[in-house]
Design a protein around this ligand. Structure first.
Ligand SMILES: CC(=O)SCCNC(=O)CCNC(=O)[C@H](O)C(C)(C)COP(=O)(O)OP(=O)(O)OC[C@H]1O[C@@H](n2cnc3c(N)ncnc32)[C@H](O)[C@@H]1OP(=O)(O)O
Length: 445
């Protein structure tokens, strides 16, 4: 008999490679004792990332959070193994969250995370098997795009993913007199991080709606920003600081969390955790707070947008140093007509795109016709009646890179990543896909 607390059965078991089987099951959110299959999945992926494996209450907390995300897991096991008894060799998580395609416009995206293969079983096609299977499943479910963030930049292009957003790490020199280009408004109040439990997600969702390139946040952030990881000080907090900005009417508009790195540092420093601003004024006010912290001479932020907003915020732009710059969101268009119908356009346009796709999902010659801010995409033959000569020829990885408007098609033409058959077509595509706000993925997953 199945008790209500039992995890649901595996919905797929099949041989995928000699001696190996693939199982798929949902994260139940149940504690390890009631769901040993998920506990072993989590242990395997932590080990494959060379991380410590959580136990006890810390493990149960992670399992609960993954349940809240609605994650679906795929595990590759030795044939005949019971996933409740042994750890998988390959791990893969997928879940659906909104992708912001423009201000006020969202699409459902298939987010992929926790992709690992045991070090003794790498380069035998386990990742390829899991990825091809799950992308096909996402297509069958009608999801127009997939997305991930990559541990290495050389892995995912072969599966049709292209870099759509970038992020950087910055250091801001806050020693001495720091001035902002415009005076801040509203008030800043220090709060207990636990007070962000409801406010944080609500403000994030409002910021998300204005930020093309961002995706819905995973549940783990509610624990990170409230400083309540059970693995650290049993969830009682570790000295994280939190400040909320209220506008002149007293409405909360943004918040920031940060941590002092200690007096043993040569340059007294705070490190930002999460910064969420739903208005430009709130963003300015939070930075005004950060750059004027007494005794602090440096602010570090490891997850900053790759734009020049911060430099323009300060009177002295040279106080900002970029210490690292990286790809962030890798996007993969699965359904060309649905993806292009699901974003806004600043102008009219008419382009024919010949798209190659190693997995076939987006392959074809497509006419992208945009009128009054709305796109219609129709498939065309390249030969025979109705044939059209393409203006541009590109792989789905490049199409996915330029889709949100954060990467320029003209720039990719100059890099030799796409071929122009009509002079000026790449610049036209760039203009057609221009975003109304800087394109940035505000969150990791
Ligand atoms: C979205 C995320 O979760 S990103 C996190 C990815 N995980 C990690 O970095 C953890 C450590 N690494 C691993 O666990 C594994 O090496 C993985 C998951 C990256 C690759 O798994 P494998 O099973 O070895 O990959 P698989 O054998 O299926 O290779 C598929 C293809 O990708 C290529 N590939 C695999 N890993 C890499 C790599 N690190 N760099 C470049 N190419 C790679 C293979 O050569 C192969 O190419 P081909 O099919 O075009 O000939």
């Amino acid at each position: 008999m199945t008790r209500p607390t039992d995890p649901p059965p595996t919905d797929l078991v099949r041989q995928v490679l000699p001696g190996l089987e693939m199982h798929r099951f949902a994260a139940t959110g149940l504690p390890a004792e009631q769901d040993p299959r998920m506990a072993r999945m989590l242990a395997a992926l932590e080990r494959n990332f060379y991380e410590e494996v959580p136990t006890g209450a810390a493990l149960d907390q992670v399992l609960e959070l993954h349940g809240r995300d609605g994650r679906s897991y795929v595990g590759v096991y030795e044939a005949g193994a019971d996933p409740a008894e042994v750890e998988p060799i390959g791990t893969y998580a997928g879940f659906v969250k909104p992708l912001q395609t423009g201000v006020g416009r969202q699409l459902d995206a298939f987010l992929i995370s926790e992709v690992t293969v045991r070090s003794t079983h790498r380069r035998r096609g386990i990742l390829r098997t899991m990825m091809e299977s799950e992308l096909s499943r996402a297509v069958a479910q009608g999801l127009p795009v997939a997305a991930l963030s990559a541990s290495e930049a050389t892995i995912y292009r072969r599966f049709g993913f292209g870099v759509a957003t970038h992020r950087r790490a910055v250091e801001v020199d806050t020693a001495g007199e720091v001035t902002l280009a415009a005076a801040p408004t509203g008030t800043i109040r220090m709060v207990d991080p636990k007070d962000l439990a409801d406010l944080g997600p609500a403000l994030y969702d409002r910021a998300l709606a204005q930020t093309p390139g961002s995706v819905g946040r995973v549940a783990a952030y509610t624990v990170t920003e409230t400083d309540s990881w059970r693995s650290k000080n049993e969830g009682r907090g570790t000295g994280l600081l939190a400040a909320v900005h209220h506008d002149d009417d007293g409405t909360p508009r943004g918040y920031v969390t940060y941590r002092f790195t200690g007096w043993d540092q040569k340059v007294p420093t705070v490190k930002l955790g999460v910064l969420v601003a739903t208005t430009a004024a709130s963003h300015r006010a939070l930075w005004d707070h950060l750059v004027h912290l007494d005794l602090i001479r440096r602010v570090e932020w490891g997850f900053a947008p790759d734009d020049r907003l911060l430099e323009n915020l300060l009177t002295d732009a040279r106080r900002v140093t970029t210490t690292q710059s990286e790809d962030q969101l890798w996007l993969r268009i699965l359904d060309v007509p649905a993806a292009f119908a699901g974003r806004p356009y600043p102008r009219d346009g008419d382009l024919v795109l010949a798209v190659t796709d190693p997995l076939g999902h987006a392959a074809g010659t497509w006419r992208l016709l945009v009128r009054d801010g709305t796109a219609a995409v129709v498939p065309l033959g390249e030969s025979g009646p109705g044939a059209a000569r393409p203006d541009l020829r590109l792989d789905v990885a490049e199409l996915s890179s330029v889709y949100l408007g954060g990467v320029s098609a003209e720039l990719l033409r100059q890099a030799g990543r796409l071929t122009e058959h009509r002079v000026g077509a790449a610049a036209e595509l760039t203009a057609l896909l221009a975003a109304d706000r800087p394109v940035f993925c505000m969150t990791g997953f």
